[in-house]
Design a protein around this ligand. Structure first.
Ligand code: H2P
Length: 829
């Protein structure tokens, strides 16, 4: 019997592959005994959760092993998705959905006297990302598996993910996240596939046996990368791909030489410093200072991942010259862009390939996705820092640059300004390596994440690259997985889908179109509204539990949840809320539609204005929520600690989705898609994917306001003076004065001064310019909401026409246009 047959035989002898309810119950009790060491009477909810997680994991591992077996020995191309962030969210619920056993498991645990929802709530969320970028990576690996595409997600196993946010006296307070405290049942440590990563030191030249001039890197230290693997099941397919996250460990846990000299602390110090490497996820928008570790993190996980791919290639008998045929490596933003130099180093220094061959392999391997146009968010590393950490890579980058700039000079004779603009090295002041340029030059494909964003990339940030090689540029609009964001998050709505159009939508989201037929059916609309109201009631419960604020589920839930950032303009919504409040105060009988404004999101710990924006939101809540004259018609809530789990409970309960960034600034947005799919209507600028959502659902079913990206440019060129605009608009002027005079800060006129001054003197994100249009649009929203039938119809049509925004569609486009990969179906062993 061959080993494969043998293991298949053993698998079937075990009960662990079975999805039947009885075997599931037995396995659950078994796991409680033998992995948790507890029995029913003394077990805690955490124990039950762990036992359940292991029981489900066993069933998942069967698919995982089958998938690995199917992939071994087949030659099709594999996608390696390199991302410094994977904001996965809890695994249990999603796994139950994808395996198709949610109802059975709910019943099974119910028969044991337990409630599945309680157990799901026990899972700690791995917050290994800041926001949209990390969550996109998570949706993408779900879709890769669902489309049965061979893929690996590679990233970093941060010991502490994004900070846990609490609100104390109205301010954001950051607390250390400790997601690994109770262990993580979904991961398997694979020390046998550890990789040694070199860092620092210097380079030297030598002559090889064939008398060729070579370079050798003599590092200052080495760190070991240990992979932790988690299975990623596709939806209702046998495929379970792998998410491989690297954790840093010391090469030796203990330095005996130092210890023998009597320096105990010194002896463990090395270990501690090495392990610091993957200790913490960096929040966005931090200053470059203190970011040295960040470059080290990036290099660390990229080096580990490329070495891992080579191990896999070799294991399948492939030669290094065919690396690009085996792997399509996608760079999720510039964070893994150092991979371009690392692959060159491996090919040129380790495998002694001629430069041109190495370059051809490298560029055929990589694709680069850009996620932002904000200049401050485009990564640049000071040359000195780079040289200190990665001396050999800097030399290689210089050489790549020299050859590249030669081509530029040939293409654009005499155009030295263009040469400077394209260079991988920024020489305008202190010298920097421009990571977006490295990623662009080193990739065969570059893409933006929505149509407008891709156009602006070509016109603006990467315009010179576009002029040089237009064929490289693509646009792939983001998407989100309907499994987590509908099936798991909104079970009531999905039940209605099931009854009306069946189950196919979860895999082919376009099938939601069939709901359109029911848009004018009064009975259907009635059920639609009842579901929304139920979801809002649940959200109201969560709000009171987390904030102590009572809100009325019958009021309109007007929601803005995302990272707190000036360009996303949470403060534009604040101005508008204050205006509504002012209207009510001036005329207590004014017709004001009852609204509950819900905000949630984290501000980077070092981003003072963003933190002050949170303080402003809580401050207006403190005044408005408790003003008797308002009679509860307006409520303002800041939900602490926005996360995947919180998002799952917010999107289904929203009526209105606020997508109000300054046009040209939000690359895509993905929250906008989650809201639309869950039946919220959008008030939004013509920015990012809002434009495409509006196109899909129809402008009658979308509330548009504000300047377009082109108008923003025009306005700026014409000379923009925010004070003029504010003075000319009595409503806006009054709002600014209320804040300025300390109404929301107990008379303290200093507290919100930075926000007010910013607005008056710079208004970088042009709140004043868009204010009037936003305010008018909100009145239009009021009118629409008052007409319940109309609103419901609009809501149904939003859902019915949201099919484009499935991440399955995005991934299919990446597969066709960039990766050239095809599905591999997985037979169960
Ligand atoms: C970013 C962009 C979003 C985009 C997302 C995924 C960086 O996310 O700003 O517009 O949708 O990447 O491509 P975020 O702002 O949420 O951190």
């Amino acid at each position: 019997m061959s080993p494969t047959e043998l293991s298949a035989d053993l698998l079937h002898a075990s009960d662990r592959t079975s999805l039947s309810k009885d075997s599931f119950k037995r396995a659950f009790i078994d796991n409680l005994f033998y992995t948790q060491g507890k029995f029913l009477q003394v077990a805690t909810h955490k124990d039950y959760y762990q036992a359940l997680a292991y029981t489900v994991r066993d069933r998942l591992l069967y698919r995982w092993v089958s998938t690995a077996t199917a992939y071994t020995g087949q030659v099709s191309r594999t996608v390696s998705y390199l991302s410094a962030e994977f904001l996965m969210g809890p695994s249990l619920g999603n796994t139950l959905i994808n395996l198709g056993i949610l109802d059975e498991v709910r019943q099974a645990v119910g028969e044991l006297g337990l409630d599945l929802t309680d157990l799901l709530d026990q899972e700690a969320e791995p917050g290994l990302g800041n926001g949209g970028l990390g969550r996109l990576a998570a949706c993408f690996i779900d879709s890769l598996a669902t489309l049965e595409l061979p893929a690996l997600g590679y990233g970093i196993r941060y010991e502490h993910g994004i900070f846990y946010q609490t609100i104390v006296d109205g301010w954001q307070v950051e607390n250390t996240d400790n997601w690994l405290r109770y262990g993580n049942p979904w991961e398997i440590r694979r020390p046998e596939w550890s990789v040694e990563v070199k860092i620092g030191g210097f380079t030297e030249t030598y002559t090889d046996t064939e008398d060729r001039h070579r370079v050798r890197w003599v590092p200052a230290k080495t760190v070991v990368g240990v992979p932790f693997d988690s299975p990623i099941p596709g939806y209702r397919v046998n495929t379970a791909n792998t998410l491989r996250l690297w954790s840093a460990e010391a090469t030796q846990s203990f330095d005996f030489e130092v210890f023998n000299r009597g320096d105990y602390l010194g002896a463990v110090n090395k270990k501690v410093t090495s392990e610091n490497l993957t200790k913490i996820l960096y929040p966005n928008d931090e200053t470059p200072q203190g970011k040295e570790l960040r470059l080290e993190q990036q290099y660390f996980f990229v080096a580990c991942s490329l070495h891992d791919m080579i191990r896999i290639l070799k294991g399948q008998g492939g030669s290094i010259e065919r690396f690009h045929e085996k792997f399509a490596v996608q760079l999720n933003d510039t964070h893994p862009a150092i991979g371009v130099a690392e692959l060159m180093r491996i090919l040129v220094d380790d495998y002694l390939l001629p430069w041109n061959d190495a370059w051809s392999i490298t560029t055929q391997t990589f694709g680069y996705t850009n996620h932002t146009l904000l200049p401050e968010a485009l990564e640049r590393w000071p040359l000195d820092l780079f040289r200190r950490l990665l001396p050999r890579h800097l030399e290689l980058i210089f050489e790549i640059n020299e050859r590249f700039l030669h081509d530029v000079r040939v293409a654009f004779l005499g155009d030295e300004a263009r040469v400077r603009a394209l260079s991988l090295i920024d020489e305008t002041g202190e010298r920097y390596v421009r990571m977006a340029h490295l990623a662009t030059v080193g990739s065969h494909a570059v893409n933006g994440v929505a149509t407008l964003h891709s156009d602006l990339l070509k016109k603006d940030v990467l315009a010179d690259f576009y002029a040089l090689s237009p064929q490289k540029f693509h646009s792939i609009t983001n998407g989100v997985t309907p499994r987590r964001w509908l099936a798991l998050a909104n079970p009531r709505l999905c039940e209605l889908f099931r009854e009306t159009i069946g189950d196919g939508w979860a895999k082919e989201l376009d099938q939601l179109r069939r709901l359109e037929r029911h848009a004018d059916d009064a009975a259907f609309a009635e059920r639609w509204r009842a579901i929304k109201l139920d979801n809002k009631r649940q959200l109201a419960d969560l709000i009171v539990q987390r904030t102590g604020i009572e809100v009325d589920p019958e009021s309109m839930f007007d929601v803005q949840v995302k990272r707190i950032h000036e360009y996303k303009r949470q403060h534009l919504a604040v101005l508008q809320i204050i205006a509504m409040y002012h209207r009510l105060k001036s005329d207590p009988n004014a017709e004001v539609l009852p609204r509950t404004f819900i905000f949630s999101g984290k501000a980077a710990p070092g981003y003072a204005i963003a933190k002050l924006m949170i303080r402003l939101i809580t401050a207006i809540g403190d005044v408005i929520n408790y003003d008797p004259e308002v009679r509860g018609r307006l409520k303002v809530v800041f939900m602490p600690n926005f996360s995947v789990t919180t998002g799952q409970r917010i999107y289904p309960g929203a009526d209105l989705s606020e997508q109000i960034s300054l046009a040209g600034k939000e690359a895509s947005g993905t929250g906008n898609m989650k809201f639309a799919m869950n039946g919220a209507l959008t008030i939004g600028t013509m920015d990012g994917a809002n434009i495409e959502i509006c196109e899909e659902v129809g402008s009658d079913n979308f509330f548009t306001f504000g300047m377009t990206a082109a108008q923003v440019e025009e306005r700026r060129r014409a000379g923009y003076d925010p004070r003029e605009v504010i003075e000319a608009n009595p409503e806006l002027h009054a709002v600014v004065e209320l804040i300025r005079n300390g109404l929301f800060s107990r008379g303290d006129t200093e507290l919100f001064k930075p926000i007010i001054d910013g607005l008056l003197w710079h208004d970088t994100y042009m709140l004043a310019a868009d204010y009037a249009s936003y305010s008018d649009c909100q009145l239009e929203v009021d009118r629409a909401y008052r007409d319940t039938a109309r609103w419901t119809r609009m809501s149904i049509l939003n859902v019915a026409r949201s099919g484009k925004f499935s991440s399955d569609r995005s991934i299919q486009e990446y597969a066709d246009k960039i990766w050239k990969v095809t599905p591999v179906s997985v037979p169960l062993l």
